[in-house]
Write a protein that binds this ligand. Structure first.
Ligand code: ADP
Ligand code: TRP
Length: 325
């Protein structure tokens, strides 16, 4: 299939801290799975991260790490356009144009903003405007498909509404994007059983040290059934993670050990740890390679920036004309 015939897919992740396995199974892995079938764009959402990270050294290091993580999980720079959001300043111009079309009550419906203001946090204008910047990310390159975790679906819907509003006002300009959620792993549970999230401190870091990963896995909350008692795998957080990581036929054996009794939670966690370390071994190797070859990483980003900048410049020329500038 030629590049033109492929659907364009795009997604990004905020560099707000070390990615966890919820980020990986909920979003990042899909990027890798999509890189052959789609014309794929993956970026570092650093403008978005500025709504929460205001320490320049921390932001810079998070950005560098996320780029290494993208390459480590197997995104192939030959197939994917990998770039940094701040290499496309046109996004902020487009955000302004969209800001002039959307209303305050419409933005007040966004979950991220509502959650924060319900908690009594006084939101910055940037946080309030977060979905509009995300709409610009998606619409500027006319993305058709947006792979995200379940919690981001509302933002993609909002991007679709922005496209419609712009197209109704100024004539057909932007493609209407669709979200792409892998339902089987829509929400990865954290070590406490809530949704795994950086903000809940219940994460298993994707590329933590062996010790960090071990500590997190051993801390997964379970009930207090003894090894001999039969257990329900579908209500066990350890088993939920096994379904993502442990290959067959071992997975079926573990399921049987739960249902019939005989497999304790401690043992189940040990197997999970072992399987997880085996699972990430090739990714760690790739990460180490790119970490020790910063010149190659820079080249990849320069190439990505060049590709997206060309698209952005052409599209903004059309948009400026349409709005009357
Ligand atoms: P966090 O909640 O840890 O701050 P982000 O909001 O930065 O994570 O999410 C980045 C991406 O990872 C999004 O596409 C999001 O939907 C996905 N994601 C985050 N946590 C999970 C989870 N526990 N299960 C599935 N997907 C997740
Ligand atoms: N809001 C997304 C998140 O927190 C990150 C993001 C920013 C994004 N712009 C995007 C995702 C555009 C998909 C498409 O995970």
């Amino acid at each position: 299939m030629s590049a033109q015939a492929k659907k364009r897919a795009l997604s990004g992740i905020q560099p707000t801290g070390a990615p966890h396995i919820g980020n990986y199974f909920g979003a990042m892995r899909q990027f890798v799975d999509m890189q052959d079938e789609f014309d794929l764009y993956v970026f570092v959402a650093e403008y978005h991260a500025m709504t929460t990270v205001q320490d320049p050294a921390v932001l810079r290091s998070n950005i560098e790490n996320l780029i290494l993580d993208y390459l480590a999980i197997g995104l192939d720079p030959e197939k994917v356009t990998l770039y940094r959001q701040s290499d496309v300043p046109e996004l902020t111009e487009l955000t302004w144009m969209f800001n002039c079309l959307v209303t305050v009550p419409w933005l007040e419906r966004a979950h991220a903003f509502k959650d924060k203001s319900d908690k009594g946090i006084e939101p910055s204008v940037g946080l309030f405007d977060y979905p509009v910047l995300m709409a610009a990310d998606i619409l500027l390159p006319d993305s058709q498909v947006v792979p995200v975790g379940k919690d981001q679906v509302q933002h993609v819907e909002m991007a679709r509404e922005v496209a419609r509003k712009f197209n109704n006002t100024y004539g057909d300009t932007f493609a209407e994007p669709e979200e792409h959620v892998v339902e089987s792993v829509a929400v990865v549970p954290g070590t406490d059983g809530q949704k795994m999230s950086k903000s809940y401190g219940n994460t298993i870091p994707l590329f933590g040290s062996d010790d960090e990963i071990k500590k997190a896995i051993m801390a997964i909350v379970t009930d207090s059934k003894s090894p001999e008692e039969p257990k329900d795998p579908s209500s066990c957080n350890v088993f939920a993670l096994h379904t993502l990581i442990t290959p067959e036929p071992q997975l079926s054996e573990i399921k049987k050990g739960y249902e019939e009794g005989g497999l304790g939670y401690g043992e189940s966690k040990k197997m999970l740890l072992e399987n997880y370390l085996a699972f990430i071994a090739p990714m760690r190797e790739r990460r180490a390679y790119y970490e020790s070859n910063p010149g190659i990483v820079r080249q990849i980003l320069d190439q990505g920036a060049g590709t997206i900048q060309k698209i952005a410049k052409e599209k903004m020329k059309e948009v400026r004309e349409k709005v009357g500038l």
